[in-house]
Design a protein around this ligand. Structure first.
Ligand code: NOJ
Length: 506
């Protein structure tokens, strides 16, 4: 089957979606139960954050075994049932692939520590410098040192995230064979595509020189906050040397021509240009960057993306995820941003609960389990707020329908806000996703795009030859010049134009 290259994708963070057994943690049968909610939204696909065997130090992105489901989420039979129901409902299923690193509990890593040199080659081990210090100045993306001492091997190993996530040597043939086989295994179970974690961090320069200090034009664009020392370096040797983007050709070969493939770009520097490199023919379908969420979808950010990209089809748009604070504010701006996302050509990732305008909850330090949140507490934006479980009802006494047990993170949702989510925001999302589908905006191309202060003015041409113009006011403006004619759709039929969006067929 020809793959849909511009799908609307609903991201599920499985721990926090729906519990089915009172454990307080979401699971696969819970997802199956709620698939009709997603299908009714009108999206094309679901993407599941990792469900593989994991000690959950990094929320499932620390994997022990990519071929099996963690018991907290269920069994392979539960998985098959979920895929079958999704397909019945017309939803494609995309799985996360965390190929950059494993858990330190992975048997490969344990065997490497025990002296198996074949397994050691699957990671990056280096002797210390003569003074005992690490081989170079590389840092982890979370801001910790990237090198960790192992006294049994008397060597350092490299890790771009937590110390419990040793980085894999993706050039190692043994690693490549394993990846190809496990991806094929999931394809055989009916999986339609994959999301590749941190695809821009896969390769490092084997000469392993020190990274130079960040040039001023790079410093504020490197992933992370500037209290994270990772932003102090120009990552020329530890990220993407030489054949970095062409590595995606392997991913395509292993996944198959008909799989939808998208990747995460964690490098803010040259983000759009990198996305274009990774999505050349024979590589990934799209890459997503942090530009949109960091700018909360601002007109300037959208215009800049249009300018710098060859096509928006190759950049997946999104505003919230399990890693970023939720963008919703519970006001008109949420609807305008949703309409803007539905109108922009290209793939669109909707994060679970965004269709209810869930706000970013505040968590007490004692409730937080994410090591990254705790590392910078309380100064970092924090990731676990966005992972608070989804409310399926507005009833706090019933744990909002999420679990019959105690939710793994406290759910302090405001019941009135949840009711508004279900009564107002959810039908709005259904409407605009139906419009996106009906008029085929996703596969259109942008023919004009301007950011005028707070107003985004964008015109697209669909494959069927129809033109649509969207005006999105982000607070201060009024889409005046189109107001004489009745739009095809607008966020508010009349009244206050602080935030508003409207679309005309022109
Ligand atoms: C990106 C994932 O989205 C994030 O949750 C994780 O911590 C890092 N990659 C490392 O896998």
């Amino acid at each position: 089957m020809e793959r849909n290259k511009t799908p609307a994708i609903y991201q599920i963070y499985p721990r926090s979606f729906q519990d089915s057994n009172g454990s307080g943690t979401g699971d696969l049968p819970g997802i199956t139960r709620r698939l009709s909610h997603i299908a009714d939204l009108g999206v094309d696909a679901i993407w599941l954050s990792p469900i593989y065997v994991s000690p959950m130090i990094d929320g499932g992105y620390d994997i022990v075994d990519h071929r099996h489901i963690d018991p907290m989420f269920g069994t392979l039979d539960d998985f098959d049932a979920m895929v079958a129901k999704a397909h019945d409902l017309g939803l494609q299923v995309y799985l996360d692939q965390v190929l950059n690193h494993t858990s330190d509990q992975c048997p490969w890593f344990l065997d490497a520590i025990a002296g198996d040199e074949g397994m050691a080659d699957r990671y990056l081990w280096r002797d210390p410098k003569p003074d005992g210090s690490p081989p170079n100045n590389w840092l982890s993306q979370f801001g910790l040192p990237a090198w960790h001492w192992n006294h049994k091997r008397r060597q350092y190993y490299y890790s771009q995230f937590l110390p419990q996530q040793p980085s894999l040597n993706l050039r190692c043939p043994g690693v490549q064979d394993e990846i190809a086989a496990q991806m094929q295994g999931w394809r055989n179970r009916g999986v339609d595509g994959f999301r590749f974690d941190v695809v821009t961090a896969f390769l490092w320069d084997e000469v392993m020189k020190d990274n130079p200090p960040a040039r001023p034009e790079v410093q504020d664009k490197v992933a992370g906050e500037n209290f994270n020392p990772y932003t102090y370096q120009d990552h020329v040797y530890d990220m993407l040397p030489g054949d970095g983007a062409s590595y995606a050709e392997n991913l395509r070969k292993w996944a198959g021509e008909d799989a939808y493939l998208f990747g995460e770009n964690t490098s803010g520097n040259q983000s759009i240009e990198l996305a274009m490199a990774f999505t050349q023919p024979g590589r990934l379908d799209s890459v997503y960057t942090t530009d949109l969420p960091e700018g909360r979808g601002s007109p300037a950010v959208v215009a800049d993306m249009v300018d710098r990209s060859e096509s928006l089809h190759r950049i997946a748009g999104w505003l919230s995820s399990h890693d970023q604070p939720r963008h919703s504010r519970g006001d008109a701006s949420d609807l305008v941003l949703a309409l803007q996302m539905a109108f922009l050509p290209g793939p669109w990732i909707i994060y679970q609960g965004e269709e209810l305008s869930l706000p970013q909850p505040k968590l007490a330090k004692g409730d937080v389990t994410d090591p990254l949140d705790l590392l910078y507490w309380p100064d970092g934006p924090g990731r676990e707020g966005a992972r608070v479980p989804v409310p399926w009802t507005s009833d706090p006494d019933d744990q909002f329908g999420f679990t019959s047990g105690i939710p793994w993170l406290p759910m302090t949702w405001d019941s009135d806000g949840i009711r508004r989510g279900y009564d107002v925001v959810l039908p709005f999302y259904r409407n605009i996703i139906a419009l996106r589908r009906e008029h085929d905006w996703a596969s259109a191309k942008v023919i004009a795009c301007e950011a005028n202060g707070d107003i985004l003015d964008i015109t697209i041409l669909t494959q069927g030859g129809q033109r649509f113009r969207g005006l999105f006011s982000h607070g201060a403006g009024q889409p005046g010049d189109c107001s004489e004619t009745e739009p095809l759709f607008r966020t508010q039929p009349d009244g206050d134009y602080g935030w508003c969006g409207a679309i005309w067929q022109v």
